[in-house]
Each structure stands twice: as C-alpha cells, then as structure tokens.
Design a binder for this molecule. Structure first.
Ligand SMILES: *Cc1c(COP(=O)(O)O)cnc(C)c1O
Length: 452
C-alpha cells in the first residue's frame, strides 16, 4: 500500500524523521531538543520580552479591584487569580514505585486545576485577553483612564459599551469556559464555538452564564475555523485566536514571576546546582508556551521546561521535531486526535508558539490515555487531589528526564549531583470544576485500569 502525506510517500517521511515511526504506532516516547540554547540566545526567536510580561502583570493589577468585586471567589486574594503550590510527597513515592525510580523526587504540584473563576489554566490567558479587550474599548471610548479605580467597569455606562460588543472563541472546553464566564460578567455578547470532544457539563455551564454555545461535529480545528469566519464578518466581534494570540500568551506568562515569588516564600531553592524541571501539558501550545516563557524569564537557565501531550494528539512534538509546525496536523498521518484529555485534543499546533520557543524548551514527551487515567486515580488515592485527565500529563515527566538516553542532560551539564538536588513540578492544568459524577467515572476507570 502506498500512502502519501502532503504528496510525499510515507516511507520518505519515516526516513527523514525516524521518530515518526514510534509516534505513529502511538508509543509513549520522549524527544529532547537538540537545538536547546542558553536563554540569552533562545530569546532571539520570540518577538516578546520581559517588558511585555511586566505590562501584562501591571494590567492584571489594575483589574484586581474590579475582579475582587465581580467574582467573590477572588475577593480574598484582592482580585488576583493565582493557584496554590503544593508539595506532593505521597504521589512522589507512588510515582517512583510505578516508574522504578531510584529515589522519590522532590515533587511539587502547581494547582492551576483549582484556579478561581474557571478551574483551569485558562483562567490565566483566557480571562486576561477578555480584560485586555475590555480595557482597550473603554480607553478608546474615553470612559476609562489607566489610573482609574477599575471597579468603574461595572457601572452602567461601561456595561452598555461592552453590551454593544461581542467576543467569540473556538474551544475544546476550558478556554471557552474562561472566556465565556469572564466576558459574560463584563457584559459582552459571547459565543463559544465548541468541538465535538468538549464535555457536556462545560457547554451546560456556559449556557447557564448566558453564553451562546455553537457545537460542531468536528474537532477543535474546525470549531476554530468556523468561529473565526463568523467573527470576521462582524466588526463588533473580537475573536480570541488561541493559535496566534500574543495577548493570551502574555496572560499565561505572568505565572513565571508569580511562581518564583511562591518558591521564595516557601524557601525552595532554584539555581544551577538545584535545577527546576517543569512539566506542562500541551494542547495548541499557548498555555504551556506562555507559562514556559514566563518561567524562563523568571528563573533563567535553571528552569527546564518540558511539554507533555497525549499519544493520540502529539501535535507540538511533531511540529517542532519536523520543523513544519502548523503545516502538519497529526491526522495527516492517521493519528486520531481523540483522547480523554479533552484539554489537549488539538491536532495542529500553534506555529507561533513552536517557533518562538524552539530553542527554549528542553523537550517533549507523549503519554497514553490509559496512563493518564491510572495517574488520575493514583493522584486521588495518594494526595486526595482530583484532577481532569489532561492535568496528569505532566506526571510521567520526571521518569522521562531520568531515563533519557539522548545525551540531553550531559549537554546541559545536569550531572548526578544536580539531579539529586533537583525539584520537579507538575503543572496541574484543570479539574477543579469537573462535576462529581464525572469525576467518579474518571476515578473508577483509572482504578479499573490499575487493577489490570
Ligand atoms: C487548554 C488546556 C491545556 C493546554 O493549553 P494549550 O494552550 O491548549 O496548549 C492543558 N490542560 C488543560 C486542562 C487545558 O484546558
């Protein structure tokens, strides 16, 4: 049988890119970036810098009084949307046993799974982009100035302004949830274009907030395409472009300095002798990309960022590895893009993110759906923390780093001694809002898989 992909025989693809073979067989694998460069060099690839991140941070600060008043769940934090950083020693022992590690790693969980307002990592980028857009509109209308008290945004005059504008987004679920909840609260007319794999409860929740939900039989890419087309025809509509938005990306990047402050507050050391490994679940790339960028600016070369994807949706790995980025979709090679990790069910990566971070990220790996479910059950059993499947993708990262045979650690001077003093951080990206019945189904499925 002669299969061709983009007019080229599959055999030629496999010869040019050997890693495609196990990737197409859906084998969990890792690929450590041979092009990794010191941060000072890697920063040349990205059209953004520390000033942009600082501005995003300042904008969130301006909005804090408004958010504190509009969302009771962030009143206690003064309107700052931030998550807990927690040590998870019991899960660390479970992992070291499961993956036969010599010793249990020092393991932390960054609980974006429980971020206020929308219960996922999207409460960073998604909400930030809505706020950014609202601010632009209000400033242009002459109804706001930068040193105003932003609680003003809830006043009738501004609400009336926002009501004349629309926001639209294409989403596998969580982005829609964040954008939908935030923009409905500001008074925008909001439409979320949702892919077939989006969970029903996410659609229900959005509709309960007065958001228009349009459903598609196809995947995320199709939902985005349709949404983009519909929005383009309407000048009053702002389309949140998950694949290319630098605004969204910067909203995520603020996490870097925030995490650094949490490390300092908790007395956790990060330096050349105490490296930090961060494992980030990746869908289209904006969330983990923005966070990785922020982490690099905050911790420099002492932080090592690694992206995790489902074996059924390894779009970023494939894009960066081949250098073809958004030109390839995993479906082109017959990979399904169907995964329990709905937050990661993306077949075509963001070329913007892939190119911008091409020398900044240490590596990429894939994880099977079954393993995600087992890890989900193990996390609940050992730590009592309930996460959605996507959020577990970071869990096997330590194992990949410790057993890699590609010379990557040697290249970066990560010897036994510094590895023994390393901290590993799993970025838990979602789960806080999953309804109890749905979580019970996840847990029993995971438990059943563990039984065997
Ligand atoms: C969106 C999402 C991600 C990944 O973010 P991308 O910007 O799509 O790469 C990871 N986990 C969860 C739970 C998500 O919702």
């Amino acid at each position: 049988m002669d299969t061709t992909v983009h007019g080229k025989p599959l055999q030629d693809w496999l010869a040019a890119y050997p890693l495609l073979a196990p990737l197409l067989r859906l084998e969990p694998l890792s690929w450590f970036n041979p092009a990794i460069a010191p941060l000072a060099e890697a920063l040349h690839d990205i059209p953004l810098g520390a000033t942009d991140v600082d501005q995003a941070s300042a904008r969130l600060q301006r909005f804090a009084p408004f958010l504190a008043a509009a969302f009771p769940e962030v009143a206690a934090s003064g309107g700052i949307i931030e998550s807990e950083l927690r040590e998870i020693p019991a899960f660390a022992s479970v992992l070291s046993e499961r993956y036969s590690l010599r010793t249990a790693p020092r393991l932390l969980l960054k609980m974006d799974s429980h971020l206020p307002i929308s219960g996922s990592v999207k409460a960073r980028g998604g909400i930030y982009e809505v706020l950014f857009h609202a601010e632009q509109l209000a400033l242009q209308a002459g109804l706001l100035s930068l040193d105003d008290d932003y609680r003003k945004l809830a006043e009738p005059e501004l609400q009336a302004l926002f009501a004349r504008h629309k926001i639209a987004v294409g989403s596998t679920g969580n982005l829609g949830l964040s954008i939908g909840i935030a923009s409905a609260r500001l008074g925008f007319e909001t439409t979320v274009h949702m892919s077939a794999d989006a969970r029903q409860w996410k659609k229900d929740k959005l509709r309960a907030h007065g958001v228009r939900v349009v459903e598609y039989a196809g995947d995320y890419g199709q939902a985005v395409e349709q949404g983009r087309r519909e929005a383009a025809a309407d000048p009053s509509c702002h389309f949140v472009d998950d694949e290319n938005s630098t605004t969204l990306f910067l909203g995520y990047s603020v996490a870097g300095a925030r995490l650094k402050a949490q490390f300092e507050a908790q007395g956790l050391q990060v330096d050349a002798k105490h490296p930090l490994f961060v494992y980030l679940p990746c869908g289209v790339g904006g969330g983990p990309g923005g966070i990785a960028f922020g982490l690099k600016l905050a911790f420099g070369d002492d932080v090592h960022c690694i992206f995790a994807e489902p074996t059924e949706s390894p779009c970023m790995l494939m894009g960066v590895y081949t250098g073809l980025h958004e030109q390839l979709a995993v479906q082109d090679f017959g990979i399904s893009n169907r995964t329990v990790a709905d937050g990661l069910a993306v077949g075509r990566p963001s070329g913007f993110v892939g190119r911008s971070l091409q020398r900044m990220l240490d590596g990429y790996y894939t994880v099977s759906d079954d393993e995600l479910m087992r890890l989900l059950a193990l996390m609940q059993q050992s730590e009592g923390i309930a996460l959605e499947p996507s959020a577990l993708a970071g869990a096997p990262g330590t194992w990949h780093v410790l057993q890699e045979h590609q010379g990557y650690r040697q290249r970066l001077g990560l010897d036994e001694r510094s590895m023994a003093q390393a901290t590993h951080l799993i970025w838990a990206t979602g789960g806080g809002m999953v309804p109890a019945e749905e979580m019970d189904r996840y847990l029993s499925r995971g438990a059943a898989l563990l039984q065997g």
